[in-house]
Design a protein around this ligand. Structure first.
Ligand SMILES: NC(=O)c1ccc[n+]([C@@H]2O[C@H](COP(=O)([O-])OP(=O)(O)OC[C@H]3O[C@@H](n4cnc5c(N)ncnc54)[C@H](O)[C@@H]3O)[C@@H](O)[C@H]2O)c1
Length: 245
């Protein structure tokens, strides 16, 4: 069975991706800051590997890779944090922390996995970006900067590692009712208002993202490389529709 390694796999989108991978017959390894964070998904997937680690701590990633009996077939670079604030209120330390987890951490993980996947001659890496990096808005700050950077890095990886047998793509979730955005929608009127700006007239679900990730990871996507798959119900295409005529 192929093995999927999911960073931030205890969170909303990561857990759902782990569950989808399992449904499709994959073995699953979850890498997250603490076992507590992954408790719910580990209860549902008792056979999953779990590794406590931090994407900004290279040694913890190497330890996880060394503990596995084989090189994973798929890395989902999903771990991420968000903090929205105006640029003028942002310290250099805050900015650097956001970049360090969302962008540098993804790079470190990808390089460590790619070194091993290239030796085998196959593998797939999927970086979770965000429509925040495509259609920026005030306050999105280092998060949007990191995500746009991650989309660019995906393309560079695809160019450099494609010839060595790897496929590298990204998935950009739009407005998702789940994961780090759950709190935004505690007030149902927010979900209702926001849905009106989406051509499909609904928010996305964690499941929508898990399906997209696992399709990209599948052989059905075997000729897809360097692509950013936007899963947003058409939201980022709706800019002109929002401009008064
Ligand atoms: N939920 C959304 O609306 C949305 C939209 C666009 C993009 N995304 C992206 O999807 C990904 C998953 O987000 P989510 O919504 O599931 O959030 P979440 O907060 O539910 O999950 C994130 C997970 O990452 C883990 N994590 C954080 N820092 C880490 C680190 N340094 N090392 C290892 N693990 C770490 C957390 O413990 C958590 O389990 C993120 O990259 C996020 O930017 C989410």
């Amino acid at each position: 069975m192929p093995l999927a390694f999911i960073t931030g796999g205890g969170g909303g989108l990561g857990s759902e991706t782990a569950l989808r991978a399992h449904e499709l017959g994959w073995d699953v390894a979850i890498f997250d800051l603490s076992r507590d964070r992954a408790a719910q998904v580990l209860e549902k997937l008792p056979d999953a590997h779990f590794f406590e680690g931090d994407v900004t701590d290279e040694a913890s990633a190497v330890a996880a890779l060394d503990a596995l009996d084989r090189v994973p077939d798929l890395l989902v670079n999903n771990a991420g944090i968000v903090k929205f604030q105006p640029l003028l209120d942002t310290s250099t330390e805050d900015f650097a922390r956001m970049i360090s987890i969302n962008l540098t951490g993804a790079f470190t993980m990808a390089r460590l996995f790619a070194e091993r996947m290239i030796k085998r001659g196959s593998g797939s890496i999927i970086n979770i970006t965000s429509t925040g990096g495509i259609a920026t808005s005030p306050g999105t700050n280092a998060y949007a900067s990191a995500k746009r950077g991650l989309a660019a890095m995906t393309e560079i990886m695809a160019l450099e590692w494609g010839p060595l047998g790897l496929r590298i793509n990204s998935v950009a979730p739009g407005m998702i009712h789940g994961g780090m955005s759950s709190g935004i929608y505690d007030d149902p009127s927010v979900a209702e208002r926001r849905s009106k700006g989406v051509p499909l007239r609904r928010l996305g679900t964690e499941r929508d993202i898990a399906h997209a990730v696992m399709w990209l990871a599948s052989d059905e996507a075997s000729y897809v490389n360097g692509h950013e798959l936007v899963v947003d119900g058409g939201m980022t295409k709706a800019a002109m529709a929002m401009i008064p005529r």
